[in-house]
Design a protein around this ligand. Structure first.
Ligand code: ZN
Length: 156
């Protein structure tokens, strides 16, 4: 948590929080595999492919009557597909090809290609859902997307 100390102190000061209890957390580093087993809920961490960023995880939540998987940030990842097989819901990150335009001084075409290389392309996420045979695919991404409708056709 030392890494986040300045961030936490800045938020506390800026937001005039009456309590900082919500920011007092215990960090537990996880490894791939089962990480939580509660009555009625099992959570498994799946190592996904987000290289060059190491230690990226997706998660599978299993209850007696439902399963859901969350991809985390990843490119096409066979291990995630295998773990998510037959899930009722797959929440998967997606990189929209047209959402990161080249902006002089801000973003180069090479930079955009590099970002795309370790995320799941909108033209690929449907294949992931089909291979995992999930009941429902919900796409998510971190890019503000005011042009949603024109790019929606990218997803298959
Ligand atoms: Zn990412």
């Amino acid at each position: 948590m030392a890494l986040w100390r300045r961030e936490r102190e800045g938020r506390i000061a800026h937001e005039h929080r009456p309590s900082t209890a919500a920011l007092e957390v215990e960090v537990v580093e996880i490894e791939p595999g089962q990480i939580l087993d509660l009555p009625g809920l099992r959570v498994e961490a799946i190592a996904v492919d987000h290289l060059p960023v190491k230690h990226a995880f997706g998660f599978v939540f299993s209850a007696p009557d439902a399963r859901a998987a969350i991809s985390g940030d990843t490119t096409y990842c066979p291990a995630l597909i295998e773990a998510a097989k037959g899930a009722d819901l797959l929440v998967h990150e997606v990189f929209m090809h047209h959402e990161m335009a080249e902006i002089p001084g801000v973003r180069t075409a090479e930079g955009t290609r590099n970002v795309a290389s370790y995320h799941t392309l909108s033209s690929v996420v449907g294949k992931v859902a089909a291979e995992a045979a999930v009941g429902c695919l919900m796409d998510t991404g971190a890019i503000d997307n005011p042009g949603w409708n024109p790019v929606r056709g990218e997803m298959q």
